[in-house]
Design a protein around this ligand. Structure first.
Ligand SMILES: NC(=O)c1ccc[n+]([C@@H]2O[C@H](COP(=O)([O-])OP(=O)(O)OC[C@H]3O[C@@H](n4cnc5c(N)ncnc54)[C@H](OP(=O)(O)O)[C@@H]3O)[C@@H](O)[C@H]2O)c1
Length: 343
């Protein structure tokens, strides 16, 4: 069956002189390209599934045979949710995070909701020494490690011009987002490569793909992760390791300071469930990479990114966000002043 519009359209095109026909064809292509990409984004987010988690060797019935997953920054927000959901899917879990009491609480939460085995490693990635990384390595060296979630991350307390930012904050962000990610990946990779199939997930941020003024250090470290993951993914693919970067927009956590979830801001539970169902689907990370090494698969995040890419451009979007960052800073300062006055 042909659409009723096709015939009149063909007649219309045929009636045009050649230059106008060429122009009309270019115009139609320009119009259809974003629509075609929108369909791909929606198909990734709503229809197609990702690499099944079963590929990486979980076992709900027999934890002694199940693969292990290491999650950094696992006691709150997105990292905690990865730990809980991976445990429910049949993985044993290593929780690597800063505060032992919070690690114990997450361990008992996992134990009460799944049969997974759990190990905890208290490590402060801000001040981690060689000895700390060796301790982490020793804790995991005998495990059948198949999943690494490089989740721990630090952002600015509030937007600030780079020239006025606190030097300690700048160094802490680089230390946690870059150095800890490199060190943990380096010590885990030999173990991951011992399995037929393994998975690395890096928590990236839209601030890395659309570099955000007044969050310059954070944006730079997250852009580093894009480059690091892309290069690494080629190195390890032939060894059975899938390395993916999650291009994450807002999620309601302590870091985002957004308490209530909404249409565009998922809860960590929603975000992690969607991610685990869509592993390797690019969503709206399509221009540079349709191989799915980078993923934006929460539908509202993906639609936002699609709109920005198609109608604004990633470069121009950086410039436009300067204004909104100034507003966010002004609000944060007002809130601090109110708190200081005890209001
Ligand atoms: N939330 C968002 O909107 C958003 C957007 C884009 C990207 N991301 C990325 O997603 C990741 C997780 O963010 P989130 O929002 O879930 O963060 P979060 O709620 O603040 O949780 C951070 C987790 O990391 C741990 N942690 C913090 N500093 C640590 C340190 N020095 N050493 C060891 N562990 C430490 C925390 O432990 P304690 O509980 O002991 O503090 C906590 O378990 C980050 O890489 C972030 O950049 C988040």
């Amino acid at each position: 069956m042909t659409l009723p519009i096709i015939g009149p359209l063909q007649d219309f095109f045929a009636s045009l002189p050649f230059p106008a026909r060429l122009l009309a064809a270019v115009g139609l292509f320009t119009l259809l390209k974003p629509l075609y990409r929108l369909v791909r984004v929606l198909t990734d987010c709503y229809v197609l599934g990702g690499i099944p988690l079963a590929t990486f060797g979980p076992s709900k019935n027999d934890p002694s045979k199940a693969s292990w997953a290491v999650v950094t920054g696992a006691t709150d927000g997105i990292g905690k949710e990865f730990a809980l959901q991976l445990a429910k899917k049949g993985f044993n879990i290593v929780l690597a995070s800063r505060t032992q009491s919070k690690l114990d609480a997450v361990e008992s939460e996992i134990s009460s909701s799944s049969s997974a085995q759990v190990k905890t490693v208290a490590i402060n990635f801000l001040h981690a020494t060689d000895a700390d990384y060796k301790r982490l390595e020793a804790e995991i060296s005998q495990l059948k490690l198949a999943v690494l979630v490089n989740n721990v991350g630090l952002s600015h307390d509030k937007p600030v011009l780079f020239s006025e930012g606190d030097v300690q904050e700048m160094e802490a962000i680089a230390e946690i987002n870059v150095r800890a990610t490199l060190r943990v990946t380096r010590l885990a990779l030999p173990l991951l490569q011992q399995n037929k199939r393994s998975l690395i997930l890096h928590l990236g941020s839209f601030a890395g793909s659309i570099p955000t003024p007044m969050l310059s250090t954070y944006a730079g470290t997250k852009a580093f992760l894009i480059g690091f993951n892309r290069a690494l993914s080629y190195e390890v693919a032939s060894k059975g390791v899938t390395s993916l970067l999650l291009n994450t927009y807002f999620v309601s956590t302590a870091m985002s300071k957004i308490r209530r979830s909404s249409w565009s801001v998922p809860t960590p539970k929603q975000y992690v469930a969607q991610t685990l169902a869509k592993l390797g689907r690019p969503g709206s990370c399509y221009e540079e990479d349709r191989r799915g090494r980078e993923m934006t698969v929460w539908p509202q995040h993906a639609l936002t990114e699609w709109a920005v890419r198609e109608f604004v451009g990633l470069g121009r979007a950086s410039g436009m966000s300067l204004k909104s960052q100034k507003v966010i800073r002004a609000k944060a300062i007002k809130r601090e002043e109110r708190l200081a006055k005890g209001q």
